[in-house]
Unconditional design. Structure first.
Length: 195
């Protein structure tokens, strides 16, 4: 509102001054409100920027969280593989041991006749392995040797060592030469000569 407009309406100078003062205080109050709104707007913009920064930070968090889940899945898979390998090794060792204890001549041949998968899945492996090997032993006795040691009733004698020729000495194995050396060191030294 302009002063000239009020004067043209026929208002006195005092009335115009009074109206202008009142109008000025209204304008100042409105300016104060506008400044408050501007400050609130700036504060809201700042909060929005902070929120966007935080959201961007959560994008990284989601990526890290996804990586953690991926590593966790990989760890679980590796753990299962590792435990499976250990279980397989323990089962294999138990089976080999049981075959050897039963006098198995060829563990691979005996395993081929056993239902290895059923034995692996068994809850009572030790007893089931033993029973399966016993059944295989009954049906396929040729795969199993005697569980008692074979005694050699004829052993080397000291008197026989003296009649050994150089040709016989050359064909002797390590154990036979060792026995000769222990039983008749003089004859051993004589036969060894330049060998």
């Amino acid at each position: 509102m302009k002063r000239k407009f009020l004067e043209e309406m026929g208002l006195t100078k005092e009335q115009v001054d009074s109206i202008m003062a009142e109008n000025g205080s209204d304008i100042e109050a409105a300016k104060g409100e506008v400044e408050t709104v501007k400050a609130e707007l700036e504060q809201t913009k700042t909060q929005l920027q902070e929120a966007n920064t935080t959201i961007d930070g959560f994008k990284d968090y989601d990526q890290v969280k996804a990586q953690v889940e991926e590593y966790k899945t990989e760890y679980e898979r590796s753990k299962v593989e590792y435990e499976t390998k250990i279980t397989d090794m323990q089962f294999g060792a138990a089976l080999e041991s049981a075959i050897t204890a039963a006098g198995g001549r060829n563990a691979k041949a005996v395993k081929a006749l056993l239902d290895v998968d059923a034995l692996k899945a068994s809850k009572n492996q030790e007893a089931d392995i033993k029973a399966a090997i016993e059944a295989c032993q009954k049906d396929n006795g040729y795969l199993f040797g005697a569980t008692e040691p074979i005694n050699n009733p004829i052993g080397p004698t000291q008197g026989a060592a003296l009649g050994i020729t150089k040709e016989q000495f050359k064909t002797m194995g390590y154990k036979e030469r060792l026995e000769l050396k222990q039983n008749s060191p003089e004859k051993y030294a004589e036969l060894k000569g330049d060998n």
